[in-house]
Design a protein around this ligand. Sequence first.
Ligand SMILES: N=C(N)NCCCC(=O)O
Ligand SMILES: [Zn+2]
Ligand SMILES: [Zn+2]
Length: 326
Amino acid sequence: MSSNETPRGPVDSSRIPRYAGPATFARLPRLDEVGRADVAVVGVPFDAGVSYRPGARFGGNAIREASRLLRPYNPAQDASPFALAQVADAGDIAANPFDINEAVETVEGAADELLGNGARLMTLGGDHTIALPLLRSVAKRHGPVALLHFDAHLDTWDTYFGAEYTHGTPFRRAVEEGILDTSALSHVGIRGPLYGRKDLDDDEKMGFGIVTSADVMRRGVDEVADQLRQRIGDRPLYISIDIDVLDPAHAPGTGTPEAGGMTSRELLEILRGLASCNLVSADVVEVAPAYDHAEITSVAASHTAYELTTIMSRQIAQARKETEAK
Ligand SMILES: N=C(N)NCCCC(=O)O
Ligand SMILES: [Zn+2]
Ligand SMILES: [Zn+2]
């Protein structure tokens, strides 16, 4: 989009009831209605990589439904994200539910196409397996990226039942493939039982630093965001958010819940503290609406995606301004 094109924003909810019509993220236009996007919001209805409760294949659409209540101005970042850049809903990636390897390839290929148009990706739904093909695609454009991973779980385990591509293993694969910048890898919100001490040793060897859920509570969100910002610097950054990073009280609708998690307020505040980072793409995964109540989880996920989208839109607008000034 050139500077004289005004982005097409969401449907006006003061004229058309917000519960009317099919859902797109935040009532934004579909990608095919606007031609191209600066930020493409895409769903991945895939959950064949889970080790416990299935259902994250329905996460993307549940987040879209919950996102009907988002409004166009974000006071926490003093920005109107959908006016600063063209954000559009690119629909869903049709991944094979019976063949994980093929699904991983399909997600990578679809992400290549969307990123190939110069967009940043905001991926919704699916289980955590999909972070691997998304990272592969992002690394093709940016080289190895910094990773900020919000999760109760490490997701750096090796295999389950001999399978390499699962929702517990994407980040080990990503390190093995050399697509992550191992000087800037962090997990935030980690808690709960592990298989053994070795899980933590292996994780540390891969280069990850850990901010536990208890660290967030003890040290506070500002100090945590400062520390993360310093570690990330100006590297291209990918943020992957497993909604189970939140306490089951804040996100019951997920497949592998763990007690003692962060509040949605803490998560949103840490993200806002990262607004100056060079966020190239992000995902919000593991939303399984069948275990949700009153849309608690999908509302939290929709606001999480809104903050991430705002960070990306502000940066796109800033970069455009700098180019124009030259
Ligand atoms: N990525 C998520 N949500 N969970 C991973 C849990 C893997 C396990 O069952 O040990
Ligand atoms: Zn998890
Ligand atoms: Zn995970």
